[in-house]
Design a protein around this ligand. Structure first.
Ligand code: SF4
Ligand code: SF4
Length: 182
């Protein structure tokens, strides 16, 4: 397992890619961002860390700082709570931009948090993101709760295969935690 430093240290951080914003979902809306900072003000992650800043991420995408963004493990701090989307006066979907950046980071840099890889493998093996222990299943029965639905593992495996996600998670480098720089 590689550390973040090893994964990101060779990244070129200054190159500008003017086409980059067009790789994002809803690129036109992103151009409407006028840097008011409302997204950052309401973001639960930014509240506790100056390291993570959705307003800054929106600006960096506008400027085409692709290498720098994809080299930043802070992308994985977003909780996907969607507060920024609810609050943005311009309808910019920052959370979805962050999701696109993560997808690109996995696709192009082949790196993801270890927990994401574990959750993906759990889905592949059981159909559930978390492996449900036998003791909990027995307790459900004693409480008279219905059986949990069975997943179609063959279909899930097929999906992993046709999307090449299986190849990605087999070859991806992982990191355990994001080092927060204050
Ligand atoms: S709230 Fe919307 S317009 Fe304001 S900085 Fe964030 S993304 Fe840009
Ligand atoms: S979705 Fe992410 S960026 Fe948006 S408010 Fe929640 S944690 Fe912050």
């Amino acid at each position: 397992m590689a550390g973040l430093k090893h994964i990101f240290e060779n990244a070129t951080v200054t190159r500008i890619n003017p086409r980059f914003r067009h790789e994002m979902a809803d690129a036109e809306k992103l151009l409407l961002c006028f840097q008011c900072g409302t997204c950052t003000a309401g973001c639960p992650v930014s509240r506790f860390s100056s390291f993570y800043n959705p307003r800054k991420i929106a600006r960096m995408v506008q400027l085409g700082l692709k290498d720098r963004l994809l080299s930043d493990a802070a992308l994985w701090l977003c909780t996907t709570c969607y507060t920024c989307i609810d609050n943005c006066p311009q309808g910019v979907e920052v959370a979805n931009i962050v999701r696109s950046l993560r997808n690109l980071s996995v696709k192009e840099r082949r790196v993801m948090p270890l927990i994401s890889k574990k959750l993906a493998l759990n889905i592949l093996r059981s159909g559930y993101a978390y492996i449900i222990p036998e003791s909990r299943i027995r307790r459900r029965i004693t409480q008279g709760l219905p059986h949990l639905p069975r997943s179609n593992l063959k279909q899930i495996a097929k999906l992993f295969e046709v999307t090449d996600f299986l190849g990605v998670i087999e070859n991806v480098e992982t990191f355990e935690k994001v080092e927060v720089k204050e």
